[in-house]
Design a protein around this ligand. Structure first.
Ligand code: 3PG
Length: 410
């Protein structure tokens, strides 16, 4: 792969693909974590007099957090301390004119890339290369720089389409992400503990299967919906409220798969011994084996309980390598952030080399000022795909571009 510092950007137009897709509440972006993560690359490009064209997606069509990138431009602008222009267009005439009129050291934010139909679908690189998006912008740009690690599992035009047309260069964030994730995955140190939470159950099962089968994990601690599926697969009842919630989300069918993993690796997959629910306006913790278990028929599980947190903390203290993805519960609600925050804190306090990710859930690391985590990944699904042993289309595109352009003058 190329290195960012190998090129001369003076007066060159750089398409900078970032992933600034961020959590939103009442129409407002509530975390700038992904913006801060790309600042070193953006600053480097601006300091070296590039004309920087930023592209990002925000959510997907019909979702509540599917927004224009006007706010993204404002946030980036206030973090950089310079104007970030915004154009309400992706690759049409307005966008192209705005790009062409940029001066060295100036920066422009394109509209939400997923406002363009081509960007909402995945297709092989050859097809992405032939999209209107790529064909219209290609004549205007000299280099592509990418820090969109969080979208690295997607094969979409803005991510992979330029690979054979322009030198595609990883930014500082991309480089850091790949270095840290490879270190955690390839390390020979033991014990290696994986903490899998959140709602991406299928992706997490893929990770569990891959890391256990290939000797990359010694133990898996579960939380979130991942733990509910494994708990059910172990034969425990989680009550009507939870079963019907999992059914609605189409997750019940994954119990068989979880059972297969347990048949092979039972002692290496830990599930919570207690869970927290909301009862009469309060956090109530219920032991999985207690006679208060009826509560699960009425109240959905919102978090792991304190006994589980304690057990997980003890295990994490002894770890050499920790990989964690996704929250332990509904961390957006204060009373139910406890599991997520305490587990992330325990990871920070351990001496292990630790990588923590999970898309929007990493916002809680900043909110609760949790220190000591070796690498906070900006990736959610991308991080899971990596640890599931899958090839990431964006990483493959960077390699293809390097092979194609490595001999050109920089
Ligand atoms: C993410 O938050 O995981 C990335 O921005 C990718 O988003 P996507 O899952 O909508 O492609």
């Amino acid at each position: 792969m190329f290195k960012l510092i190998e090129f001369n950007y003076h007066g060159k137009t750089v398409f900078f693909r970032a992933d600034l897709n961020s959590p939103v509440k009442n129409g407002k972006i509530i975390s700038d974590a992904r913006f801060r993560a790309v600042l070193p690359t953006v600053r480097y490009l601006l300091e070296h007099n590039a004309k920087v064209v930023v592209g990002t997606h925000q959510s997907k069509p019909y979702e509540e957090d599917y927004l224009t990138t006007e706010q993204h431009a404002e946030i980036l602008s206030s973090l950089l301390g310079i104007e970030v222009k915004y154009v309400e267009d992706v690759f049409g005439k307005c966008a192209r004119e705005a790009i062409a009129s940029l001066k060295p050291g100036e920066i422009l934010m394109l509209e939400n890339l997923r406002f363009a139909a081509e960007e909402t679908k995945q297709a092989p690189l050859e097809k992405c290369e032939n999209t209107y998006f790529v064909r219209k912008l290609n004549p205007l740009i000299d280099y592509v720089v990418t820090d969109a690690f969080a979208a690295a599992h997607r094969s979409q035009p803005s991510l992979v389409g330029f690979a054979r047309l322009k030198p595609m260069i990883p930014g500082f964030l991309m480089e850091r992400e790949l270095k840290a994730l490879n270190k955690a995955y390839e390390s020979e140190e033991k014990p290696k503990i994986y903490v899998l939470g959140g709602a991406k159950v299928e992706d997490s099962l893929r990770v569990a299967e891959n890391v256990l089968r290939n000797g990359k994990a010694d133990l898996i601690l579960t939380g979130g919906l991942v733990s509910q599926i494994f708990t059910l697969a172990k034969g425990f009842d989680l009550g009507d409220a939870n079963i019907s919630f999992l059914e609605k989300r189409g997750l019940i069918k994954l119990i068989d798969w979880a059972e297969k993993i347990l048949n092979e690796f039972y002692p290496y997959v830990r599930t919570p011994v207690d869970f927290a629910v909301e009862y009469k306006g309060e956090r109530v913790e219920v032991d999985l084996l207690s006679d208060k278990k009826w509560i699960f028929d009425e109240r959905p599980i919102m978090d792991i309980g304190s006994r589980t947190i304690e057990k997980y903390r003890e295990i994490l203290q002894e770890a050499a390598i920790i990989v964690a993805n996704g929250p332990m519960g509904v961390f957006e609600i204060e009373e139910f952030a406890k599991g997520t925050v305490e587990v992330f804190k325990a990871i920070g306090e351990s001496e292990a080399f630790s990588v923590v990710g999970g898309g929007h859930s990493i916002a809680s690391i900043y909110k609760y000022n949790i220190k000591g985590i070796s690498h906070i990944s900006t990736g959610g699904g991308a991080m899971l795909a990596f640890f599931a042993g899958e090839k990431l289309p964006l990483v493959e595109a960077l390699k293809i571009s390097y092979e194609k352009f490595k001999d050109i003058g920089k």
